[in-house]
Design a binder for this molecule. Sequence first.
Ligand code: GSH
Length: 213
Amino acid sequence: MDRVLYGYWRSTAAYRVRIALALKGLSHDAVSINLRTGEQKGDAFRAINRQGFVPCLVDGPHSLSQSLAILEYLEEIYPDPPLIPGDAAERAHVRALAQIVACDIHPLNNLRVLKYLAGDLGLEQEGINVWARHWIESGFAVLEDAAAASGAFLAGNKLSIADICLVPQLYNARRVETDLSRFPALLDLEARLLQIPAFADAQPERQPDAVPV
Ligand SMILES: N[C@@H](CCC(=O)N[C@@H](CS)C(=O)NCC(=O)O)C(=O)O
């Protein structure tokens, strides 16, 4: 197989790429990089992605990092079905919603940030969860309004990368015990999205490297 996704079952950024590949009908081999043991920082993986992050997608001769950049690449090279649909303004709206997750929520509570809070700053687990929930809830408040005012999907009536970013972030929110009852429109949308096989099959627990918790 000349398409390989380096990921980890619990990585929400890799989860985004799994969903997009499935929606576009692109098969791939999956290579698990164990984030718990620090495999992402080892020389072998750093030779693939210097930054030491998953996901990394190798597509033929191309080695790609950063999940949003990978989603944009997939959209350009494999345009069917479109995941950044619509006219210029609609596509900007899709990207804005996706970036609320990928730029304004996720970077504040990804593994290296939580490790820094625990290790260097000495925060207890509950304090770390409070930190993570704060940024999740502030981003979700905006996304909740967007979902409540939208159509069948987060950005209108067409499935998009906004939905692809949302579902993994909801998974992450549960890991830090976020009270999601404040976000009924997001929960309703999530339930509908998880009926779609590409979303359902990409769930962390369904990955071959998943570990029971
Ligand atoms: N902005 C990056 C974030 C990637 C990222 O944070 N990946 C996490 C897993 S979700 C990771 O590899 N963390 C390793 C670490 O923190 O050491 C993207 O969207 O791809």
